[in-house]
Write a protein that binds this ligand. Structure first.
Ligand SMILES: [Zn+2]
Length: 147
């Protein structure tokens, strides 16, 4: 078994431990790196799983990318796509809703597209989620002018 991030060989124990924790096989170094990122940004577990699934699919994602206003769960800079993983959609307040709209406005102004994905979708339909994001990327790529 190898680490999903650096492809380094990992022991059975390391593999078990990180699979249990993230559902992804990671070496010690990347486990603690992900722990640190999650501690600092309150990153949902599903964002980590989606990040590695997108990485595996060759999309070059970035985890917790700072856009100048806030940290984005996952960003794919090549096509200026921001992905936010929603975990508290049952508790959406009007303050949160208008804040989301403001953030969408800021990112659109900068040429970024933001999509919000409920964490349950990632949990139950990871492969479909990745396929749909790849489709969105193709659409965005077609719209980006080549300079
Ligand atoms: Zn690693």
């Amino acid at each position: 078994m190898t680490c999903c991030d650096c492809k380094k060989d990992i022991s059975f124990l390391e593999q078990q431990r990180s699979l249990e924790k993230y559902g992804v096989a990671l070496c010690q170094r990347h486990s603690s790196l992900i722990d640190k990122i999650r501690r600092n940004n309150n990153t949902p577990l599903e964002a980590v799983q989606l990040y590695y699934a997108l990485k595996e699919a060759g999309t070059n994602p970035m985890l917790e990318w700072w856009d100048g206003h806030k940290s984005i769960d996952i960003a794919i800079s090549r096509v200026k796509l921001n992905i936010e993983v929603e975990t508290e959609y049952q508790m959406l307040t009007h303050e949160q809703a208008i804040q989301d709209l403001e953030e969408a406005m800021h990112s659109f102004k900068n040429g970024f597209t933001t999509i919000r994905i409920p964490s349950v979708v990632i949990k139950y339909y990871l492969a479909d989620t990745v396929r749909n994001i790849q489709g969105i990327m193709e659409g965005l790529k077609a719209n980006i002018k080549v300079i």
